[in-house]
Design a protein around this ligand. Structure first.
Ligand SMILES: [Zn+2]
Length: 613
């Protein structure tokens, strides 16, 4: 009986393996053709045709993703799709209906090749989805090319028809000509944007890998310096991961106006910066930090990803408690690359760290949300009171948890291992299509340190963050240059160094300053000032300054001051008892008498020698 069952089971599994192999063989042989004709640049328009191989299905659903990778936010991408139509290979029209906002269901498709055509309106730059104008096109293919569940595994060949003077660049390999790209399957296509147009182009090779830098737009950048620094930066990945997941990598840069930010992709990145934000050291630092961030993502998120994001579900939210590890840890590791390549000095790193600490200290949401909850809820709106007062951020607080973890590992292993080793293990053990969960990370922490991490994880990942920064910094021989500004025990002498503080953020409105944020628990919050109030006068005088800060200098800490404001056009007054904020920016400074142990800790943490004052 048992033998027979085993034999049937074996037989069935063999059939299953054969049929799965057959499907994949069919998928591998089948080829989806995508033609993108950029013929109406001035109207930001492309004509797209997707030709699918013959199907046995009687209906086929074509879908456009509702979000794009790297941005955990549902976007209405189908609003740019126009004039959808479907035909068989003989040119006969096929009827279709829309099933939901991003699904087109085509009828009567059995034994037919299907060709769908549509226009795409591409006039969005800042979210790095799709943009076409008279000088270029940036196409995140997941926002341009539709897929079916059946065609997702198939090879895609993309042909671009465009201005012959344009140069097309992508992380995808080219086919028979420079405007043809080949993607192994739809997931590779969706994660490989194309930049085409009038652009600057640089190449370099390091450690057997080829790199390209393509820049669209004029600006105050120095492409030569960018190449020379990127050359150094990419080599530092060896301090984190053993091995490269690519043979060619493309840095795409938009030097433009009104768009800033960046997105990671499989073997490329798109970085957008204001065209005049490359030259000053501060601005340039922003560029190189961003480039390092996106490069770290090539491993962290593209090669290993939390469960819930593997495979990507393009039609809805992909929930996970670990998105902080994908983003916040990338923010943490970006500096590790730059410090190890000496592209950023210890002083610059510590100044950035001080800014992060300062922002975290003014983050009331750390008392109401954990980093695991923030990861799960990252798909909902991040703005308003939720963003200001009731949430933590997967990037900034994700950085803090990564930092805590790094220091804990360094301490427990007497500087022999670090958080970088954890990321190498994630890369080695959990490469996509595998994925990791919280227990997997805890297990890796134990493998790396030989210590149990359940309690640590519960306290910091599922508990509210309560970081003693001075205690943390002391390990590396550092100290913050002043105590908390709202510390009640602060001395009179220190008080003299304080400025009046309300806890309000404002922006210029037509007749006053509009409140954009009120920090929970701050003097303004206690006085009942709220979002969208328009402050028009302070202490009986019209507010003429562009910001509140300069007017507040006229008052003293703890003084009661009357604020006149419009709330939905109604004039009201509120009295604020001014709080205090430090006059000087928070600084992290090296201890003059740091011990050898502290200096060694600093070196193990940053790769840099302990800084002298
Ligand atoms: Zn990121």
């Amino acid at each position: 009986m048992m033998t027979k069952n085993i034999s049937i089971a074996y037989h069935l599994s063999l059939i299953l393996i054969i049929s799965i192999t057959a499907i994949f063989a069919q998928a591998a042989n089948a080829n989806v053709l995508v033609d993108i004709n950029i013929n109406q640049n001035e109207h930001h328009m492309a004509e797209v045709t997707v030709t699918l191989p013959e199907t046995e299905k009687s209906t086929v659903e074509l879908m456009l993703p509702t979000w794009r990778t790297g941005r955990y936010d549902i976007l209405n991408l189908s609003d740019g799709i126009r004039k959808f139509s479907a035909q068989d290979s003989k040119g006969n029209s096929l009827s279709w209906v829309k099933r939901d906002k991003s699904t087109w269901q085509i009828a009567n498709t059995k034994n037919k090749k299907i060709k769908v055509s549509y226009q795409v309106y591409a006039n969005e730059l800042g979210m790095r989805t799709r943009h076409i104008d008279d000088s270029h096109a940036f196409l995140d293919n997941s926002t341009v090319v539709m897929y079916s569940e059946e065609s997702r595994a198939m090879q895609h060949t993309i042909n671009l028809e465009l201005d012959p003077s344009w140069r097309s660049v992508s992380g995808l390999p080219t086919g028979s000509h420079s405007n043809q790209f080949i993607a192994k399957n739809y997931d590779v296509l969706a994660d490989s944007p194309i930049e085409t147009g009038i652009n600057k182009f640089e190449t370099f090779s390091i450690d057997g890998r080829d790199y390209e830098l393509v820049i669209w737009g004029e600006g105050n950048y120095d492409a030569e310096k960018m190449v020379s620094d990127l050359k150094v930066m990419v080599q530092q990945s060896k301090h984190i991961w053993q091995g490269y997941p690519f043979s060619r990598y493309v840095f795409m840069v938009h030097a433009t106006s009104g768009a800033r930010g960046a997105t990671e992709h499989l073997n490329s990145t798109i970085i957008q910066r204001s065209r005049f934000k490359f030259s000053d050291r501060k601005d340039y630092l922003g560029f190189i930090l961003t480039a390092a961030h996106e490069f770290v993502h090539t491993w962290n998120v593209k090669q290993y990803r939390p469960k819930g994001l593997v495979p990507y579900n393009y039609q809805s939210e992909n929930y996970s408690n670990l998105i902080w590890l994908a983003e916040g840890s990338t923010s943490y590791l970006q500096s590790q690359l730059l410090m190890r390549g000496e592209l950023i000095t210890a002083k610059e790193f510590l100044a950035k760290l001080a800014n992060r600490i300062n922002a975290h200290q003014h983050k009331p949401g750390k008392d109401s949300q954990t980093i695991a909850q923030a990861s799960f809820d990252t798909w909902q709106s991040q703005g308003g009171d939720y963003g200001n007062n009731h949430s933590v951020n997967i990037y900034s607080e994700g950085f803090m948890v990564s930092w805590l973890l790094d220091f804990d590992i360094l301490t427990r292993t007497k500087l022999k291992r670090s958080y970088r080793d954890v990321h190498n293990e994630l890369y080695q053990q959990f490469g996509v299509p595998k994925s990791y969960d919280e227990q997997d990370v805890i297990d890796i922490l134990t493998q790396v340190t030989k210590k149990d991490y359940h309690d640590w994880w519960q306290t910091h990942v599922h508990g509210h963050l309560n970081i003693d920064f001075n205690k943390l910094l002391a390990k590396a021989g550092l100290v913050m240059s002043y105590g908390k500004s709202n510390d009640k025990n602060i001395s009179k002498q220190e008080k003299a160094k304080l400025l009046p503080w309300t806890g309000i953020k404002v922006k210029k409105a037509s007749h006053g300053l509009k409140v954009t944020a009120v920090e929970k628990g701050s003097p303004a919050w206690q006085a009942g000032i709220t979002l969208d109030d328009i402050i028009i006068a302070v202490d009986g005088l019209r507010l003429v300054s562009k910001d509140l800060k300069s007017r507040l200098k006229d008052f003293k800490v703890e003084q009661d001051v009357e604020f006149a404001l419009f709330r939905r056009d109604q004039l009201i007054t509120k009295s604020i008892t001014l709080g205090a904020i430090a006059k000087e920016k928070l600084k992290i400074i090296p201890l003059a008498k740091a011990s050898r142990k502290q200096k060694a800790f600093f070196k193990a943490w940053t790769g840099l020698d302990f800084p002298t004052k």
